[in-house]
Ligand binder design. Structure first.
Ligand SMILES: NC(=O)c1ccc[n+]([C@@H]2O[C@H](COP(=O)([O-])OP(=O)(O)OC[C@H]3O[C@@H](n4cnc5c(N)ncnc54)[C@H](OP(=O)(O)O)[C@@H]3O)[C@@H](O)[C@H]2O)c1
Length: 213
């Protein structure tokens, strides 16, 4: 805000631990907007104590995955429609959220921000795991942590950088790597069949519970 004091920012409130609020937020967005050029599903929690949400899912699973899936599913038709109306790799006017689309295709990236000094550390500290806390304090002393601005770079690369290419869509990026260079992924993360099964399960479950149609 210091650099762009006149930027127009509207807030859309939702609690990812409450799917009704996620669906309501998506519907509200669709009621007031006619285009969507980019979406960053960034919110998340880590190492929180085991607890169920009011929707009856484990809190971290719902916050970090299920709710983002539901929110995205509701917004996808508008994103596709926006993408169809633009040339490939388009983005909107200067200073506005950027698009990664064209010909109806939506580009996507999975990102790892690196080790970033944010509030996420608090939940790790509160988790009471001496090993994790010990490793993190050594990393901190060694200067491995970056600040929150740097932590946003990978997301911004995906949503706002002209250098991103269509062939990079689907990659997994990390901030400390040279941009455009995918990060190492575990076998499970690269397992397309597993990803398909997860998507099928999520769609079926969310339909059954009435969160998507
Ligand atoms: N920091 C790291 O080193 C690191 C490393 C790897 C991955 N990540 C990932 O980076 C992402 C951002 O984390 P961060 O480091 O910026 O952590 P953070 O400072 O704790 O920020 C988390 C954000 O998620 C939002 N959030 C949490 N629970 C929510 C809920 N139920 N409903 C709506 N919003 C909720 C918070 O909103 P409020 O501010 O309103 O609470 C906050 O804006 C997470 O997905 C995390 O897994 C971070």
């Amino acid at each position: 805000m210091k650099m762009h004091p006149f930027a127009k920012i509207d807030l859309l409130e939702m609690d990812l631990m409450d799917l009704a609020s996620v669906v309501a937020a998506a519907k509200h967005f669709l009621a007031i907007e006619t285009a969507l050029h980019g979406l960053v599903n960034n919110a998340g929690i880590m190492a929180t104590p085991f607890k169920m949400t009011k929707d009856n899912y484990e809190t971290q699973w719902q916050t970090n995955y299920l709710s983002h899936w539901v929110f995205t599913e509701h917004l996808l038709p508008l994103m596709r429609q926006t993408a169809k109306s633009l040339p490939p790799g388009s983005r909107y006017g200067p200073g506005s959220p950027s698009a990664r689309d064209g010909k109806g295709e939506i580009w996507l990236l999975s990102v790892h921000p690196g080790l970033v000094e944010t509030n996420l550390g608090e939940s790790i500290a509160e988790s009471g795991s001496m090993i994790v806390n010990g490793v993190f304090s050594v990393f901190r002393k060694l200067g491995f942590f970056s600040n929150a601005d740097e932590g946003s770079w990978t997301s911004l690369y995906g949503v706002a950088n002209w250098d991103m290419k269509a062939e990079q869509s689907g990659d997994y990026f990390e901030v400390h790597r040279r941009f455009g260079e995918p990060r190492w992924q575990s076998a499970a993360a690269k397992d397309a069949k597993l990803a398909e099964r997860l998507d099928e399960w999520t769609r079926e479950e969310m339909k059954k519970q009435g969160w998507v149609s």
